[in-house]
Ligand binder design. Sequence first.
Ligand SMILES: [Zn+2]
Length: 249
Amino acid sequence: MQVYDTHCHIGLDGKVAPEDDHSRAVAASVGALLVVGIDAPTSAAAKELCRLPGVRWSAGLHPNDSTKFDDQWPTIDALARESTCVAIGETGLDCFRDRTPLDQQERSLRAHLALARELDKPVIFHCRDAFEPLFRVLESEQRVRGVMHCFSGGIPEADKALALGLYLSFAGPLTYPKNQVLRDACAHAPANRVLVETDAPFLPPQSRRGRRNEPALVIETLTKLAEVRNLSLEDAAALTYANAMTLFG
Ligand SMILES: [Zn+2]
């Protein structure tokens, strides 16, 4: 079995060496990881981690850090152009923590979209309490390939994202007992558009709630995805791995 954690931030919290998170992931059959940048320093650190087998990386500026755009964008733009960088992001909109004005978030988001089109690389979208403004921006722009990371909506939001050509990536919340709306969306999505991720060290699955998350635990979310979609664990792994390879290479 080969599993692809399409969104993690190993090394970010400084509590566990990224090599240790990586080796436990490999031992758990999670042989492919995408380490996602959230600003210039973490994008550069993600690049360094691609020395580890199966690790890919992205460069981007998180919407909650959009006020750093003018300072950091030249560095992120340069990193994104490197041939080993597989995706642009994470970018997007976040209306949950409103420490960053939405107009600044939107300016950063549009810069990521333009860069992704220029480089023909997929975009990793963060969307927290922001489906309506995010879809409005995406509908006003030319299409990009990409993924709704840690998808958190129901069937209507899934349909909108799918109509924009996006993939849906499911994280730990898929395993939370109260989250039937999310499981319904997961069951509803076409087979060729579903991915799994941890968002480690954040968002642990149900069995580890309140504790630190790590890429090896993507198996718990994958097990739930398999159950929801009526697949064996092996078939769910093969499906989501193939989808991730199609999107990110
Ligand atoms: Zn993230």
